[in-house]
Design a protein around this ligand. Structure first.
Ligand SMILES: Nc1ncnc2c1ncn2[C@@H]1O[C@H](COP(=O)(O)OP(=O)(O)OP(=O)(O)O)[C@@H](O)[C@H]1O
Length: 197
């Protein structure tokens, strides 16, 4: 059963409609690209699908049910700015273990060095920090990953390393992945199909 948005509409605090009558569906095990011009509403759609925003029209369903309001969220969103997604006062070990406890092999697969665990977010580069955010999002109860410009600020080698690990995990666990990017080549390389917004 898919992650599905039907007839979605959204506006920011009384402003114009940002999205209207949007239908989108991602199946388990599918890697789907979402492209569209800047400002079209891709991030807004991503936040609705992950339960961060409530649609003003339409519904989001996971396996035919409303998204859960508490507990571990089966739809995880990783966005472009890892520094905005972590508590600066927590060590990286605590941040990593917020939702689940990835073992050493899992950490290594995402290129997380053991000595980074005792550091704080401001003691890591953006790319190093993003590896933690990706690992944190891939707990055993994750069913869908929404990657909103997840590797945009990273160099090509780091980007390839992270995506290779994520796609491997997604294929193994039959996760659905929605990849939002302005980089056509990345989308063409990763995705089973494309949606244009
Ligand atoms: N918090 C907000 N308050 C008001 N308007 C917003 C807010 N966030 C986004 N918008 C507006 O909503 C529209 C869609 O923004 P969104 O970030 O979803 O687009 P996007 O397709 O992801 O853009 P980009 O490709 O540039 O990241 C834009 O016109 C933006 O200005």
């Amino acid at each position: 059963m898919p992650l599905e948005g039907r007839h979605l509409g959204f506006r920011y605090s009384g402003g114009p409609w940002v999205l209207r009558n949007i239908d989108i569906s991602v199946e388990r095990g599918e890697i789907v690209g979402l492209a569209g011009p800047s400002g079209r509403g891709k991030s807004t759609l991503a936040r609705m699908l992950a339960g961060y925003e409530q649609p003003h029209e339409g519904t989001v369903r996971l396996d035919g049910q409303a998204l859960p309001e508490s507990g571990y969220h089966p739809v995880q969103l990783v966005f472009q700015h890892p520094e905005k997604a972590v508590n600066p006062r927590l060590s990286m070990r605590r941040i990593l273990n917020e939702g689940w406890e990835p073992d050493r092999a899992f950490r290594t697969s995402l290129g997380i060095a053991e000595e980074w665990l005792s550091r704080y977010p401001n003691e890591l580069s953006g790319g190093e920090l993003q590896r933690f955010c990706v690992a944190r999002a891939l707990g055993p109860d994750t069913r869908y990953l929404i990657a909103d410009e997840m590797t945009t600020m990273l160099d090509a080698i780091t980007q390839a390393q992270i995506w290779s690990a994520v796609i491997g995990i997604a294929r193994e666990r039959q996760l659905g992945v929605l990849v939002i990017s302005h980089e056509r080549r990345l989308l063409d390389r990763l995705c089973d199909r494309m949606i244009e917004l």
